[in-house]
Design a protein around this ligand. Structure first.
Ligand SMILES: *Cc1c(COP(=O)(O)O)cnc(C)c1O
Length: 434
């Protein structure tokens, strides 16, 4: 059979109705534990060697399992682990690659909580970050690679500037140093961009955002491209014997790399981090996500078209000093946008007003349709002033470089009528400037 395409996979991927009483939609397995059958099967399930077997819902659950297989397929990955939030996905991916200590290269322009974690929390666990202003400055990135560098970490599209990371080049630099490239692809979703196609090794998502798309579930996922060789002296944690993996087939040399080969990363996330640290995704949340995912293509097509229309409107507004949306032809990154994002750069854009901090607040107070809150990828359109809400963590001396000023507003575009959204922004800006 030829490989199914995105729009088929988002509806059918990873699910066989015949194995679930022919239920057309994915059932919610709202149970904690699963009977093991015979003692022989119990032992094999406990060793993790029985495919599609479940034992305890902290480690794996059939509803969550469909979501994991579906997202892995949509991303072109081999396997996925769903977790309770995007931050849990980032945390587990970083710990799995750098536990015991090491360095990671990342840009400053990343999700605020991730930046806070990288600067103030991970160093306390011996994981230190070399943060760069411009992740596409390849000479600088190369110069920062040291013997204990464990990964390069980027966001495919940065927040709030929509700056694009040159994933293909960064993957090549990482692989020359025998380290993986980890990409937070939240803003793009696999519909707009698939990092694994361009060499990324691990993809993390806050599926809270565009993947579920309705602002009704907090969730995260880690996806493995399945190409990276973890049997590399820089990652000894994958080569240690783990008693839990010992079996008749592996009576000796029962490490993650020996037992799971190139699937070592994702298997270890499940068995070490999900099982032992426990930020599990609930089956009902997975179900909500599966429902949201079914319309991802139509939602994003409409939201991207509206975003472009709003960006064009803002560029012509005399009270707007700058629009940050790299999908615009006059963006300095437009060639990267065309290469990586033929379906559009996304549903988030930012703009700077030509006015005072007071006038920015007035716009926030005057919008009627846009909801004032710190989220993105909702079916409702959202507005936020990053300097006060989402990007408080960014140090003051770093703010100007990321355009985090008192005049900056970030929009996340939903499914409302585009003219109504433009009229709402227009009346709010007029109110602030009259
Ligand atoms: C929201 C977000 C996160 C964090 O996700 P949660 O699901 O809120 O924990 C991480 N990265 C990006 C780019 C995000 O937008």
């Amino acid at each position: 059979m030829t490989e199914e395409k995105f729009d088929t996979l988002r509806i059918h991927g990873g699910y066989d109705p015949a194995k679930h009483n022919n239920s057309a939609t994915v059932p919610i397995y709202q149970n904690v534990a699963f009977a093991l059958g015979s003692a022989g099967r119990g032992e094999a399930v406990a060793q993790g060697t029985v495919p599609d077997a479940y034992m305890y819902s902290r480690v794996g659950n059939p509803t969550v399992g469909v979501l994991e297989r579906r997202l892995a397929a949509l991303d072109g990955g081999t396997e996925a682990v769903a977790v309770g939030s995007g931050m849990a996905a980032i945390t587990y991916a970083i710990l799995n690659v750098a536990e015991g200590g090491g360095r990671i290269i990342a840009p400053y322009d990343i999700y605020g909580a991730a930046l806070d974690e990288f600067e103030t929390l991970f160093p306390k666990y011996g994981i230190n970050f070399d943060l760069v202003g411009n992740i596409n400055d390849f000479d600088e990135v190369k110069s920062l690679i040291q013997p204990d560098t464990r990964a390069i970490y980027v966001e495919s599209v940065a927040n709030p500037t929509t700056e694009i990371s040159d994933v293909e080049k960064l993957a090549r630099i990482a692989h020359e140093a025998h380290i993986p490239l980890i990409v937070d692809n939240t803003f793009s979703t696999p519909y707009l961009f698939k990092p694994i196609q361009y060499g990324a090794d691990i993809v993390v998502y806050s599926s809270t955002k565009g993947i579920s798309g309705h602002g009704n579930v907090v969730s995260g996922v880690i996806i493995d491209g399945g190409h990276f060789d973890w049997e590399n002296s820089q990652f000894p944690q994958f080569q240690e014997n783990e008693f839990i993996l010992k079996s008749a087939e592996h009576p000796e040399n029962y490490s993650y790399t020996t037992v799971f080969k190139k699937q070592a990363f994702i298997k270890r996330i499940r068995m070490k981090y999900l099982r032992l640290m426990g930020a599990v995704l609930g089956p009902f949340d997975a179900y909500l996500e599966l429902v949201g995912l079914e319309t991802i293509s139509e939602r994003l097509d409409k939201e991207v078209a509206t975003s472009l229309k709003i960006a064009n409107y803002l560029e012509k507004n005399p009270h707007v000093k700058a629009v940050y949306y790299t999908g615009l032809p006059d963006s300095s990154q437009y060639s990267l946008a065309k290469k990586y994002f033929p379906k559009g750069i996304g549903t988030v854009l930012s703009f700077e007003l030509n006015g005072t901090a007071e006038q920015t607040k007035k716009v926030v107070d005057a919008v009627k349709l846009f909801l004032y809150l710190p989220n993105v990828g909702d079916s409702r359109s959202l507005i936020v002033n990053p300097i006060k809400i989402t990007h408080r963590e960014v140090p003051e001396d770093r703010r100007a470089a990321s355009h985090i000023t008192d005049q900056l507003l970030r929009l996340s575009i939903g499914l409302e009528d585009s003219d109504d959204l433009i009229n709402d922004l227009d009346q709010a800006i007029k109110t602030a400037f009259e």
